[in-house]
Structure formats: structure tokens, C-alpha cells
Design a protein around this ligand. Structure first.
Ligand code: NAD
Ligand code: MG
Length: 285
């Protein structure tokens, strides 16, 4: 059984969205370990926020399972290029789609460019997110609140709406929510509100798209060691990150990716409208 890093972690502040290659320890996205077995052979995937963290681990796993992968991300070109290299090393095609998903045009463009390259979308993973921590209500800038809604919720809606005509029966949409969607931590008020909206949207969309046989599910991760954490949390919270879970450590992105593979694959043909936790032992509601 492989062992993974445990707290305490070093203080390592970075400006958001943060660079994975500057982190220590570097998050484990399965680069050296994930073994595929053809579970997504021939499928075409679009994953947002897939330069680093959970999205990168999902991209690597999807590619090793046989899928071509388009990657939307903000501006972390070095991280994104590394992810693309892993996808191509698995013998699959990769499209890099940098740009700000707070903008409607960019949401439409990532779908258009994926379809132009791959012809269709079989798997859509809405995973990009904007997060910031605040210690009081008054501290939340109006523009930050609007940005969180735009990137995390409205962007997801726009991408789903644009992608639907390009998704055949049997396709799968997976949205990244959080344990915070039903157990909000007060310092993440803005972010947690978006994560609850994502969980709710997922449950409703699964019913709306059922007739087309497009499955829609959400994943609720607990604390996972990624650039999002070191670029938005206090040094104290980074230091002890993951220690409050029963497993007493954060998860690594590679430990989250198998859930996405399962939800994306045809094996899960009757799984829709679900919210699956990957939390290191903390129950979700
Ligand atoms: P991450 O920083 O590696 O990934 C998030 C990505 O979102 C970034 O790489 C960035 O490129 C992208 N992004 C941010 N703003 C964007 C914008 N405006 N336009 C386009 N792309 C943008 O961090 P992660 O932790 O792997 O995050 C992936 C998902 O997991 C997020 O939805 C996050 O909310 C969720 N999540 C993370 C944790 C955790 O503890 N790390 C816990 C629960 C949920
Ligand atoms: Mg990143």
C-alpha cells in the first residue's frame, strides 16, 4: 500500500491560481502510478481546470484509459504543458484551451474548439474554480463574489448548455462540488455557496437530461493537496491541511481521479444524479 504525505506542511504562499510545479511536496496526480485498462477507449473528453490538481489527475487517468482530452485552464501554461505531455505520452490527443471561464465567449469557445478537434464530447468535466478565504462578511468584495459565481456556477451552466448538442446518448457530465456544499466552512462562505449550487444544478440537470441518456453526477472532495489550497488559504491552514479528517492527511489528486473514471465509463450506465464523496472518512450528507 502506497503512503502519502501527512501534515505538517511548509508555508508556501503563491498568488492564485497557483502553480503546481512550485509546490512542495508536489501534488501526486498519478504521473508515475496510474495504470489504465481501456475503460474509456475512444472517448472524447473536455475537462476544465485540468492543468493541475484534481483536473490534471483526471486528465492523466482518462488518457491512460483511452480518451482524447481537451484541457481548459486560466493561465498556468507550464502546468498545462506538462499535463499535455502526459496525455500525449499515453498515446492520446490533447488540446490546450487557456482563457477566463468567467467570460461567456470563452465558455462557448472551449466547447467549439473541443468539437472542432474531436468531433463530439462524450465526457464533460466542469472542474475549474475560483476560491478565496475571508474572515468576515464585510471583507468579501462584490467583484470577488460575482467572479466566484461566474467561474464556478455560470461557467458550468454555459459549458453544459453549449456542449449538450454535441453529446450523444451514453455521454457523461461530471461536476466538481465539495464537502463544503452541505457542510460550509464559514471562511469559505462565497466558495461554499457556489459548491452548493453546483451540487443542486447537477441533481436537477440529471433529471432534465435523463431522457437523452446523458448522465450527470457530482463529486464532493474533502481536503485535496493542490495549488488551490496553497494559493488561497492561511499558512496555518496549509500547515495542518487534512489533519481534521479521520485519515489525518489530505488526499492527493491521484486518489480522487478513479471516481471520475468510474462516473465517465459505460460501467456506470445507471449512475446519474449522484453526489459521490472522496473525503478521507468524513461523511457527506
Ligand atoms: P487547482 O488549482 O489545481 O485547479 C483549479 C483550476 O481551475 C486551476 O488550475 C485553474 O486553471 C482553473 N481556473 C480557475 N479560475 C479559472 C477561470 N477563471 N477560468 C478558467 N480556469 C480557471 O485546484 P483543485 O483543488 O484541483 O481544484 C479542482 C476542483 O476541485 C475545484 O472545483 C475545487 O473547487 C474542487 N475542490 C478542491 C478541493 C481541495 O481541497 N483541493 C476540495 C473540494 C473541491
Ligand atoms: Mg492550475
Amino acid at each position: 500500500m502506497k503512503t502519502y504525505p501527512t501534515p505538517p506542511f511548509d508555508d508556501q504562499p503563491q498568488a492564485a491560481p497557483g502553480s503546481q510545479h512550485k509546490m512542495h511536496p508536489v501534488p501526486d496526480c498519478g504521473e508515475e502510478s496510474y495504470v489504465g485498462s481501456g475503460r474509456l477507449a475512444g472517448k472524447k473528453a473536455l475537462i476544465t481546470g485540468a492543468d493541475s490538481g484534481i483536473g490534471r489527475a483526471v486528465a492523466i487517468a482518462f488518457a491512460r484509459e483511452g480518451a482524447d482530452v481537451a484541457i481548459a485552464y486560466l493561465n498556468e501554461h507550464e502546468d498545462a504543458t506538462e499535463t499535455a505531455n502526459w496525455i500525449e505520452a499515453a498515446g492520446r490527443n490533447c488540446v490546450l484551451l487557456p482563457g477566463d471561464l468567467a467570460d461567456r465567449d470563452q465558455c462557448l469557445a472551449v466547447v467549439e474548439q473541443t468539437v472542432a478537434a474531436f468531433g463530439r464530447i462524450d465526457i464533460l468535466v466542469n472542474n475549474a474554480a475560483f476560491q478565496a478565504t475571508h474572515s468576515s462578511l464585510s471583507e468579501i468584495a462584490d467583484e470577488d463574489w460575482v467572479r466566484a459565481m461566474n467561474v464556478n456556477v455560470t461557467g458550468m451552466f454555459r459549458i453544459c448548455q453549449a456542449a449538450e448538442p454535441h453529446m450523444k446518448p451514453g455521454s457523461s457530465i461530471i461536476n466538481t462540488s465539495s464537502v463544503n456544499s452541505d457542510m460550509p466552512s464559514p471562511s469559505l462562505l462565497m466558495y461554499s455557496t457556489t459548491k452548493a449550487a453546483i451540487a443542486n444544478f447537477t441533481a436537477g440537470l440529471a433529471q432534465l437530461l435523463g431522457e437523452k441518456n446523458i448522465r450527470v453526477n457530482s463529486v464532493a472532495p474533502g481536503p485535496i493537496w493542490t495549488p488551490l489550497i496553497v494559493s488561497t488559504m492561511s499558512s496555518e491552514d496549509v500547515k495542518s491541511f487534512g489533519s481534521q479528517t479521520p485519515l489525518k492527511r489530505p488526499g492527493q489528486p491521484v486518489e480522487v481521479a478513479p471516481l471520475y473514471v468510474m462516473l465517465a465509463s459505460d460501467e456506470s450506465s445507471y449512475v446519474s444524479g449522484s453526489r459521490l464523496g472522496v473525503t478521507g472518512g468524513k461523511p457527506i450528507l
